[in-house]
Design a protein around this ligand. Sequence first.
Ligand code: 13P
Length: 334
Amino acid sequence: MKLEDIAKKMCAKGKGILAADESTGTMDKRLKSVGAESTEKNRLHFRETLFTSDAMKNYIGGVILFDETIRQKTSAGISVPELLEKNNSIVGIKVDKGAKQLAGSPEETVTEGLDGLRERLNEYYKLGARFTKWRAVYNIGGKYPSTQSIKSNAHALARYASMVQEANMVPIVEPEVLMDGNHDIDTCYKTTTNVLNECYNELAIQKVSLKGTVLKPNMIVPGTKSSERVTSEEIAKKTLDCLKKNVPSEVPGIAFLSGGQSELEASKNLDSINKINDTSFLITFSYGRALQQSALKTWSKEMNDTKAIHKIFNHRANMNGLASKGEWSQSLEI
Ligand code: 13P
């Protein structure tokens, strides 16, 4: 398949991406928060339970895996990528090595992982991956994010994207402006504008074909500690406006991260955006927490109650699938 077609399939109307690529450290925290032990077996058990649900066929176009998971075998004896392919989901892999302290601006981070990336990409391709993810992180507060952070992260994202296309996979470009802080929605808008602009400057310099990419941005929202109250419609209006002004129209798909929004907020906001989407972008979800939280809680109570876990996960994925078409409504929530 051409990169452009893979990108479109990942973001097809009614479908989105499941971000199940939490690193082992992050999984330790997530499992601990629900009282479960983070062993390799448990991490696979939870993820395999999600991957065998009906939601996969109906609402999930692609799944982002972590290095550990792409190499694991399911209880049915097939590999995790084989299980996903059987359900018509495209296999993705997180390839960055995490956000590390930025020299010269130690309160900020730059995402690392370019060294040896070409070799790792070739291996992931052989394991079944057809798209990848790299996440850059920006903090709002005082003088941050600095120009240094914006430029360094954009450069790394573009070098990554270029190498991924060389390896015949679709790069998800994820510049995440964090929700942490007491900033207002307009500060989030301005910061995201600067971040996106620099990313697309660098992507052009690195000769990345935008048609074969997917953008994974944050929505335009006030900080979690802000006293500002905004409606979902305002979030949608500002988010769409920011994307229209700063994302070149060749980009086929935009798949949002949830970034700490509740499951309900994430569905509602995505729906509001799609209700007014007058662009050519396929706009959908690439959620981690906002897809998995309730399913994880149910799993932690009774790991082998597959039926109950599937019910919860199918519902959440269905709600987001509807939101990707602007067809979600509060009355459909259980
Ligand atoms: P959240 O939806 O939990 O923010 O995770 C998405 C993701 O992949 C962050 O890199």
